[in-house]
Design a protein around this ligand. Sequence first.
Ligand code: DOR
Ligand code: ZN
Length: 403
Amino acid sequence: MIIIQGAKTIQGDVIDLTIPSEEEKTINAAGLMILPAVIDPHVHFRTPGMEYKEDWRTGAKAAIRGGCTTVFDMPNTKPPTITTTLLKEKKMMIDQQLKEADIPLRYQLFFGADKQHLTEIAPSKSSAIGIKVFMGCSTGNLVIDDDESLHAVFSIAAKEDMMVAVHAEDEHLIRERKANYSGEMHYPAHSQIRNVEVATRAVEKAIGLTRQYGTRLYILHVSSAEETALIKAAKQEKLPVFAETTPHHLFFDTDAYDSLGGKAVVNPPLRDKKHRDVLFDAIHEKIIDTIGSDHAPHTIEEKNKPYGECPSGMPGIEFMLPLLLNAHQQGRLSLSEIISLTSERAREIFRLPASEDWVLVDMEKTVRIATTESKCGWTPYQGLTLKGWPVYTVLKGRCYHIQ
Ligand code: DOR
Ligand code: ZN
């Protein structure tokens, strides 16, 4: 049994909590605040096939340090998770790695929509949290860029009551714009090629399909004001549309190319500063439901490559909660908004059962980010000083002390 003594709730009450456990432990939580553990609905832990960037041993450690006990992993692995057999094999590999790490991280897997394997979608229902659709290419070669397949995915998903999670960037427009920028070797061109219209065109299309078929739709990594306007209208129409944003779209903008170079290259790209304020407003207005880290590690060698060769994505799971807690200290987010974003809404939207997982945070702790648990060995937040850090993460009756 774990006894947590004297933790403060966000309402200001001081409580004791008893958690069923094989461990016998009493935690003096005086001065610490208790929050539900983070559910990160969007990670790329790279198993199978790209374990040189990340695996579930290192990914799980990074999750625990970030107060996170549940992750949803994406299917753009090698091979991609596009059949029920591959899904089963992936689960076995993950379970083995988590066993080796001795961290029983809770996880769910997205099934990858692929034109050649549409008949595999329905049978995946019981073992996948939803279907991931890349409407535009990103890391890997999963993409659904034709209307016929897209309609088929939304129709099957509606019939099966499965969630469709979209990477909403329009592949045709990306290709068109890329052609106009050929030979461009500057990282900031990334935000111009994959401009806001690239995203809104895909978001509009996905919402249209939800209107047509009634499919539950989760729009990943919302990055711009224009997308939030489309999502607001869809919610007003009472369509089953849900939206996620990311820490990097909240806390970085196109200025970050100056300091981070290729490390700032991500899909969808970083936007101009003005979008960040709108994303915060969209959180306050409950247009944005969740935050997903889109933890997408690549090696530093890969990220140092020139534009065009440098892969998109950055790690983020470890620092997502501290970034949000620090934003609370600056008056930008309430603690109830943080809980809603990091666990409550994901649990409701993805119909997860209640859990006894918690994170105890020290709102006064100030740390300058210097190291990371991620196998990629770097973080875009290096050198940043944040106030508000996890101290204990409680997962399935185990208590991890974060030093
Ligand atoms: O920047 C990104 N990186 N966006 C994605 O959609 C995929 C991800 C990755 O897997 O590297
Ligand atoms: Zn992603």
